[in-house]
Design a protein around this ligand. Structure first.
Ligand SMILES: [Zn+2]
Ligand SMILES: [Zn+2]
Length: 253
């Protein structure tokens, strides 16, 4: 199994997961041209994507989904709540899945994980190829016991480090936005992400990627340093999926 990011942050997200002949894309918050260019950079043809899963309706995840999927004939799947919230975005043909049941997509088992976030029925995902598990966790306001249990024992983690608490507090955002981002239905801070890591069984962890970093309220250095402390590793070991270049393929073996 391997994974890559087309880009990560408040201006657009998309993640790829591959195992055997199966390629899954999660979210598409980019324009058609951007999506196609970023896929090409990662050596993926749109027609090879088995399914486009959508985590929730926020535009940085859902804005590019319907057009891209329709153009390339890719099925779209999301929760019933996300589908309802995205009807205006052209999600009529999206097929809802149960947010509490695993689904099989080719060589991969996809396990949705319900998360607290200010959307209708948001989920994040675990991907299991029978040997390893890759966890995708962004757009989450707080760590729940369910998240802690579900993300245990992953071989790779793409983990939201949205903001540094101090930078957010002292930054230029209006008070209401600071409250939203830092609130329990907002986004994970560096220290919340580190807090989760401290609780998890990390025995099998091969890759740790900081994701969905705010360009105003965080820096890659701060995110890396905070996670490295929780991991007891060198900051360089931790990767960052950024807005512009995303993250190149990472192999899980
Ligand atoms: Zn987002
Ligand atoms: Zn969101």
């Amino acid at each position: 199994m391997r994974f890559a990011s087309l880009g990560s942050g408040s201006r657009g997200n998309a993640t790829l997961i591959q195992a055997g002949d199966t390629t899954i894309m999660v979210d598409c918050g980019f324009s058609m041209t951007e999506t196609e260019a970023r896929l090409e950079r990662l050596g993926v043809t749109p027609a090879s994507i088995a399914v486009l899963l959508v985590t929730h309706e926020h535009s940085d995840h859902a804005s590019g989904v319907a057009r891209f999927a329709a153009r390339h004939g890719i099925p779209v799947r999301c929760t019933a709540g996300t589908r309802t919230a995205c009807l205006k975005l052209g999600f009529e043909t999206a097929e809802p899945f149960d947010s509490h049941a695993a689904l099989a997509v080719g060589d991969l088992q996809v396990i949705p994980v319900a998360v607290p976030h200010d959307a209708r029925e948001p989920v994040q995902f675990l991907f299991d190829d029978g040997a390893h598990r890759f966890g995708l966790l962004t757009d989450t306001g707080e760590i729940t016991p369910h998240i802690r249990r579900m993300f245990d024992g992953c071989a790779a983690l793409l983990l939201e480090c949205n903001h540094d608490r101090e930078m957010l507090e002292n930054g230029s955002y209006p008070a209401s936005l600071k409250e939203r981002v830092g609130g329990s239905l907002g986004h994970l801070s560096n220290s919340q992400a580190a807090g989760l890591l401290r609780l998890l069984d990390k025995r099998w962890l091969q890759h740790l990627v900081a994701a969905h970093l705010s360009d105003k309220n965080n820096t890659p250095e701060l995110a890396r340093a905070t996670l490295a402390e929780a991991m007891d590793c060198e900051p360089d070991w931790i990767a960052v999926a950024d807005q512009q270049t995303g993250l190149d393929w990472r192999e899980i073996s």
